[in-house]
Design a protein. Sequence first.
Length: 281
Amino acid sequence: MSTPPQTTQGLTLVTGGTGTTGRRVVERLTKSGTPVRVGTRSGQPPFSWDEPATWDAVLDGVDRAYIVHPVLMTPEAAEQIRAFSHAAAASGATRLVLLSGYGADEQVTPAEEAVKTAGAAWTLVRPSWFNQNFDAGNESMLGFRDDIRSGVFTRPVGRARFGFVDADDIADVVVAALTQDGHAGKSYDLTGPRLLSFGDVMEEISEATGRTITYAPMSAQEYRTQLIAQGVPEEEAEWMAAEPDHKDGDLADGVRQALERTPKDFAVYARETAATGIWDA
């Protein structure tokens, strides 16, 4: 496998640099000796999507940026990404990589167009469901880990199959797009190598943990009622319990296109995660 040449670059900004993909990107860039600035509220200088006054300082000296917005699929997010991307290009950033979403074209198009028109080289990274959603606790609003610990996974996600992708693969693609030639103007749709239903996922986790984890489908309305009973605000419960698309997804070849290798299989992720004990009852 040939390795694309690494370009010479200055400071790289990673927004959401403590999140699931962001922290992995920061780790990889730091290990390679690339100067990194982590864009978070607690960073130095601090950064907030809701406070444009923080943007100039965090963009100062930045040559390229990884853009992660916490609520990408909203009109407000698209406008913030538009303003931030244009500010980044105006301040001297030459390359922008956006974490977008797989299979949600109409919802993510405004944000993607915002980056494309900023005036810098751009790359779109469009992952499917993260494997790591299944080790996320209530701090992520998903709480998948807690269901798995209980032995019964209950969500209104039907029996459709998806190409779950590993966050390590996402981070590798992002780093390649930030540091190597040949990725400008490209959109990478990222999935794992197999389509899996949530029931299939629970079987994989059961095998990895040596425990029986069952999948118990429920309706969106049942889930909404449950969330509200647990104290989740009604508006937030409506969003979390939105009826999903119950059609099978498909597989994409973005990992191979960007990295010239196959993506990590869910079974590998399940074994690695089970070994940490995070799913123990």
